[in-house]
Design a protein around this ligand. Structure first.
Ligand code: PEP
Length: 255
């Protein structure tokens, strides 16, 4: 299967949960449960900004990477309250979520800002996890595929060559709702995203791109979702907050 050409990635999105002193406790519980995952799937924990340093320390030497949940499109300057890619990179952060639906919905992020942030992340050698996905209304009106195509193309606008990024398909109606896309529906959209990438660049580029599913993935449904040929991993919110359920998902990704 083509999965051998790309990295499996399980990324936890802690959203605005936990405090810095929780991280070591979490890491100490998680790491023994996922022993032997090294070299199989990449594990990323995207903490709030306030816990990044603790995450980098707690997971040091374990192979678990640390990611941020957002960043500024600007590199420095008078942008009160913002955090730049340079600042994240300087800490040692490796991944950053860009364009999560909660950022799009509550903080006015647009396809254009997602594109600018993706560029800023890559300029700082951070791996962007670019989120795309339709709302329930968009799904019901039958525009899912058009919308996803538009979001992927907008995120990649201006890149002559396919950059080193991860795409996460996250149907908005499935995030934090307990409603998961069926494995068939999730597979169908992830396969479509790969076709869009192939159309923009080349088949080999698309084959090497990790595409994740996100939306109420948990310890019960992960194995089936992750066994789909075009689903290379998961972006996980709620279930990433508990070491035991997160570990089950990671171990499911490792087959
Ligand atoms: C997310 O925050 O990206 C997410 C998928 O959340 P949940 O797993 O809780 O639906």
């Amino acid at each position: 299967m083509d999965k051998q050409y790309r990295k499996a990635i399980i990324a936890g999105n802690w959203k605005m949960n936990k405090v810095a002193s929780d991280v070591k406790i979490f890491a100490d519980e998680l790491v023994p449960l996922i022993k032997g995952f090294e070299g199989c799937c990449e594990v990323v924990v995207c903490t709030p900004f306030t816990s990044l340093t603790q995450s980098l320390c707690a997971f040091s030497g374990t192979g678990v990477c640390t990611g941020a949940q957002n960043m500024s499109q600007h590199s420095s300057g008078a942008y009160t309250g913002e955090i730049s890619g340079t600042q994240l990179k300087d800490l040692g952060v490796e991944y950053v979520i860009i364009g999560h639906s909660e950022r799009r919905e509550y903080y006015g992020e647009t396809d254009n800002s997602v594109n600018l942030k993706t560029k800023a992340a890559l300029d700082n050698a951070l791996v962007p996890i670019v989120c795309v996905g339709e709302t329930l209304e968009q799904r019901e009106t039958g525009i899912t595929y058009d919308l996803i195509s538009m979001q992927v193309k907008a995120a990649l606008h201006g890149f002559e060559n396919l950059p080193n990024l991860v795409i996460a398909y996250e149907p908005v109606w499935a995030i934090g709702t307990g409603k998961t896309a069926t494995p068939e529906d999730a597979q169908s959209v992830c396969k479509f995203i790969r076709e869009v990438v192939a159309g923009l660049y080349c088949n080999e580029c698309a084959r090497a791109t990790s595409i994740l599913y996100g939306g109420s993935m948990n310890d019960k449904n992960a194995a089936e979702l992750l066994s789909q040929p075009d689903i290379d991993g998961g972006l996980i919110g709620g279930a990433s907050l508990k070491p035991d359920s997160f570990a089950i998902i990671i171990n499911a990704a490792n087959g």
